[in-house]
Design a binder for this molecule. Sequence first.
Ligand code: C5P
Length: 219
Amino acid sequence: NQLAIAIDGPAAAGKSTVAKLIAEELSYIYIDTGAMYRALTYKALQKDIDLEDEQALLQLLQQTTIDLQQSNNGQSVLVDGEDVTREIRGQQVTGQVSVVAKHPAVRKEMVARQKALAAKRGVVMDGRDIGTHVLPDAEVKIFLVASVQERAERRHKENQEKGFASDLEELKREIEKRDQLDSEREASPLIKAEDAVEIDTTSLSIQGVTDRILEVVKN
Ligand code: C5P
């Protein structure tokens, strides 16, 4: 019995880290929906498209293939065949992605693609609206939260490990800003699904969070 597992929550709450581990543990596929919004944002910035122009973004998305590929060192994101795995984590994309993601037409197309990707069960999908809109029938729904300070510190460490420039105070501001935009937008805002299990990861280790989720899966 293959399940669908939805993991939602605010920015940098550790969703992708634990989602990957859970997918590995259960031999499920992992789908990072944030990477899809980031990929579109990357291409829109490259093409100098006005990020407030919903129709232009929709048109661009309709002409764009976004592939999420499993590779040895995690996941690669390809936009029209170009590997943008690193580029989509940069400051420029991170700072603008919530503007792209607020447009209902863009979300509708993304959600359709995400549903198709998850059509075969045995999937762990992370994002903001997975439990509420993408996979409302998911057997397991998790909502991960953590304090802004904790999330910024984790991201800071991660950035340093990857050799990215990183400033803790700036990260805090960026995370708060993005959460605000994601929570206040009209189209499928970031919100906990009624039937989701909320886990506060502030004082939990990655293994601790993973174990809690696997417990929920088994019950
Ligand atoms: O998860 P990640 O931080 O990569 O997501 C980047 C952005 O993409 C989020 O801040 C949000 O604006 C958007 N997003 C979304 N719905 C999702 C996943 C991501 O709106 N399911």
